[in-house]
Design a protein around this ligand. Sequence first.
Ligand SMILES: Nc1ncnc2c1ncn2[C@@H]1O[C@H](COP(=O)(O)OP(=O)(O)OP(=O)(O)O)[C@@H](O)[C@H]1O
Ligand SMILES: [Mg+2]
Length: 318
Amino acid sequence: MRPNWIPPVPNSNSQLPITTPPKCPDKWAHTEIRPPLFQALVGRLWENMRNQQPIIQVEKLTIYRQGNTILKSINWKVREREHWVILGANGSGKTSLLSALNGYLMPSDGNIQVLGRTYGETDWRDLRKEIGLVSSELIKMVEPWEDGLGIVASGRKAIINSWKISRAEQVAAKKILRQIEAAHLEKRLWQVLSQGERQRLLIGRALMARPKLLILDEPCAGLDPVAREHFLNFVQRLARQRGGPSLVLVTHHVEEIMPNFSHVLLLKNGSALAQGKINVTLTPELLSRTFGAQVQLKRNRGRNRMTISQGQKGKAEF
Ligand SMILES: Nc1ncnc2c1ncn2[C@@H]1O[C@H](COP(=O)(O)OP(=O)(O)OP(=O)(O)O)[C@@H](O)[C@H]1O
Ligand SMILES: [Mg+2]
């Protein structure tokens, strides 16, 4: 059964995708009477076509700032039921790509489509309500006196810090707190929370928006090894959930790639070096080129471990 925090299929005009799927031939179009079975089939067909639209489609995305080319002609497509990892060295453009998807960084050239809507043709503030975002930037923006319930509830309107929470939002936020295994943090203030607890609440905040797309920009930064493993298991459960959001995870650490992640995008100096299924794209050769150093990769039970060669001095663990 579809979990009830997953958004229903949009039915208002404002939520209809801009790229409309081709119309089905309808021989009953001339008459008001249609057999119920026929109607059901047309409805199913329509929903299938909508589901086949990419979650993200980026074409020739280029971004220049202050004489610097941050992203160079990126082509990238995320389809329904795919979970992506983005890997790249510091400054390779990972956060910039995510900022462009969220409408915080304007493209200099190229096209961006997210959840069927095209950048420049729709109000991106509305679309943001359907994209869950967890990033270190958000951590800086939360007021110290916000409590767990308020932080999660603020996600419904895609705002940070909620002044007034409706009864319905409270009920929904409490449900999500239980779902993210953080019911005990309901009344705890942001200022006293540990890094791991903060990350967990931000995930809850992102889920409150009932996103079809959940973007995690280095969500494990600052977590201790045990908290990180707990958090990754939680992400894994989210990835497995039927009808759950598509995940895009930015990380520097290949061991954070859980088995349910299906695809990887490798960025280098603002360009897409390689992309595709993890089992064929996450290779020592491509990782060595991505990070500009000779690396080895070991896989064990669906998890990865990377070591880098440091000249003649031996190896250092990542
Ligand atoms: N608004 C801007 N103006 C000028 N340069 C920018 C701007 N935003 C980002 N950059 C530059 O673009 C490059 C890519 O930055 P970005 O934050 O996307 O890297 P990243 O891959 O997320 O790195 P990290 O792994 O360190 O988080 C950096 O060199 C950064 O200084
Ligand atoms: Mg970054």
